[in-house]
Design a protein around this ligand. Sequence first.
Ligand code: EPU
Length: 428
Amino acid sequence: MEKFVIEGGRPLSGTVPIVGAKNAALPILAATVLAQGPILIDNMPHLLDIQVMLDILRSLGVQASHTGTKALIDASNMHTAEITEERMKKMRSSIFLMGPLLARFGEATVYQPGGCAIGERRIDLHLNGLRAMGAVVSESGNKIECRAHKLRGAQINLDFPSVGATENLMMAAVTADGITTITNAAREPEITDLQIFLNRMGAKIMGAGTQTLTIEGVKRLQPCEHRIIPDRIVAGTLMIAAAATRGHITLEGVVPGNLTSLVYVLRRAGVQIGIERDIINIVAYNRPRAVERIVTSPYPSFPTDLQAQLMVLLSLADGGSIIKETVFEERFKHVRELSLMGADIRVDHNCAKIRGVPRLYGATVEATDLRAGAALVIAGLAAVGRTIVQQIHHIDRGYESIETLFTRLGGHMERTISIKQDRLASSM
Ligand code: EPU
């Protein structure tokens, strides 16, 4: 029942370090069940989704703590390979445990996962890949049971370079008999981080960052230490926020090479960007220019996870822009909310046609999913007047105290509890 109250119209300025990447941390946490003994993971962000993953691990008998930026995980005493439906429904990434559980125990019982409502989000590529490796997979209702006395190496071609399927199958294949190749694999930087982590545990994986992964099965994995890569989507969200508020910010501890497609689009919009080692400087004192056409697709193309945020910037641009969303079918839910703030956007199938307006105006809006929520926060910071963003639990899934982040940069926003809940608390 919490909400953000944002007083817009102040340019962001200042310096901010970038935290560890949610989408790298989640599969890496799932991979910890592949070894026995203490595993230390640094740069672990404090997010709702990370808490959910740690809770799921604990429910399987894994010891897991998260203090400061460090997570300490020990999967020596696991007692089950079954995850309850309630826990599976809490987030999409719960499915990452299917491959590792099957590899370690020869069985896994899971349910259809939940997650942000941004499209159909099937898991057929995960299941077909496991079947190709010799698993018997049976589905009844939402329940999925996988069995394989010993997985065996296989040649798997993904119909679509799914991030989650690539990661799940990598984790299943590390201790399989023989060699697995995954072609048309996803190439996201988070896949490379997973490869580095698994190889530190003793796996033999090559090819992350390319379309073909080769995984030579090994007998067993050992504990290791690892540091999660910086979150390119958090960095990108901040870069767009700086541009939308016509501010000037510096990001520290980023991997600029992971943000190439965004940097290219922002420069076309007239934003000045300076890059030096792991530092990115963003300066945007003028109204952004429209960018004719942006198409989201798998890495290294423009990421779907920054589409909503970019739409805010283009809503304020001089001229018309088009964004085509090709990854998820229902990832334009922010359009309705942005329209309440004065944006001029028309959606035609998977294309959003945006006619830039000189300014957005504060309104009461609702975060429908994680990145849509981040987009509304940016819109609120850039808008004239007061914006209230509701349903902000979605935002907490992927941004560590976003209000602190933006307040440090000079934005005016605070988290408040809705009156309804205040009344409830005082009557108890
Ligand atoms: N797909 C299938 N079958 C499958 C798997 C995927 O049809 O078996 C389809 C999906 O329905 C979707 C497309 O393929 O249309 C892409 O899905 P993908 O599997 O690549 O996405 P994901 O693994 O579910 C991860 C990120 C998402 C990010 C996408 C795309 C994590 C934990 N999540 O999801 O992050 O949008 O890749 O880059 O890594 C977010 O952080 O806000 C977020 C949604």
